[in-house]
Design a protein around this ligand. Structure first.
Ligand code: MEV
Length: 314
């Protein structure tokens, strides 16, 4: 049996504004986050298929429930090639902290689809990538808007509306974005389900919050276009207050948001599904970003990243 190895990669994502509202057809702004990456390595190896990743190491046939999205697409892809699911090992290496709102599940799917198509020497179209990653995301999140897959596949900032053609939104902003990991697993599926419940039981309040979040995304877009980082920061903080009202924040996120603001951030909010995961804060200068980042780490953040929005997003 000849040796063969293929590697698929994918980067993480950060939602600047519009999470949750995007599920209901409102816009969201998201950016690729190349500081974090997934790498799927497929090797030819005689015998049953094995999987080695953060949550599990062993036979593919015994993977835990939480990896069902990934294993479903692995099986369906190999089946669609009319190949037998055997004689390969799959290893997933990640610098995207899992379940923190950085798109790790979509990135794992995208990296794995890329590695599989390469291994079986099939041409991979963007449509294939969207199709498979959305199948996996549906299993993982229940009712995804598709924004995570869109950003991770496109690798460009997007103004995203569910079901509409993607509108790339490259920009340069004289500001720095601090991303801080609470260290707590986010609960996207539970948060999305609880927003749905709120809208069902209290449509007036729920729909109003969602609508306001959509308006804030458009305000943020305008602020970015004119490089008005002060108003962008205020808009981000308003969005956090609304997300908290939707009950998708938690104490740790609220605390880190307040630490960022108390230490000079122009604005701060949770990012992604919420109820754990990551928060983001906007700073005017690199010095300020470092200062806020250190305060966040001192206040319990498990990790931070600083993103220069003047160079990284064009
Ligand atoms: C998750 O990254 C973003 C949510 O809006 C869910 C989705 O859009 O699928 C919470």
């Amino acid at each position: 049996m000849e040796n063969k190895t293929t590697i698929g990669t994918a980067i993480g994502k950060i939602i600047l504004i519009g999470e949750h509202a995007v599920v209901y057809g409102h816009p969201a702004l998201a950016i690729p986050f190349p500081e974090t990456k997934i790498k799927t390595i497929i090797n030819r190896k005689k015998g049953h298929v094995t999987l080695d990743c953060y949550f599990y190491k062993g036979l593919l046939s015994n993977v835990p429930e939480r990896l069902l999205g990934l294993t479903t697409i692995i099986k369906e892809i190999v089946n669609s090639f009319s190949e037998k699911l055997e004689d390969i090992s799959i290893k997933i290496e990640s610098s995207i902290p899992p379940e923190r709102g950085m798109g790790s599940s979509a990135a794992v799917a995208v990296a794995t689809v890329r590695a599989l198509y390469d291994f079986y020497e099939r041409p991979l179209t963007r449509e294939d990538l969207f199709k498979w990653s959305n199948i996996s995301e549906k299993i993982v999140h229940g009712n995804p808007s598709g924004i995570d897959a869109a950003i991770i596949i496109g690798e460009t900032p997007l103004y995203y509306i569910k079901g509409k053609p993607f509108i790339p939104f490259p920009f340069k902003l004289d500001a720095y974005l601090i991303v801080a990991d609470t260290g707590e697993l986010g609960q996207t599926q539970a948060a999305v389900a609880s927003v749905k419940k709120l809208i069902e039981f209290n449509p007036k309040e729920g729909e109003n919050i969602i609508k306001q979040l959509g308006i804030l995304t458009d305000n943020a877009k305008t602020s970015i276009k004119i490089n008005d980082i002060v108003s962008l920061g205020k808009t981000m903080s308003k969005a956090h207050t609304l997300l908290d009202k939707l009950d998708v924040s938690n104490e740790t996120l609220n605390y880190l948001v307040s630490v960022a603001i108390d230490n000079g951030a122009l604005g701060a909010k949770l990012t992604g599904g919420g109820r754990g995961g990551c928060m983001i804060a906007l700073a005017e200068t690199q010095y300020q970003a470092n200062f806020i980042s250190n305060k966040l780490l001192y206040s319990g953040a498990k990790n931070t990243w600083i993103y220069n929005m003047g160079v990284d997003l064009a």
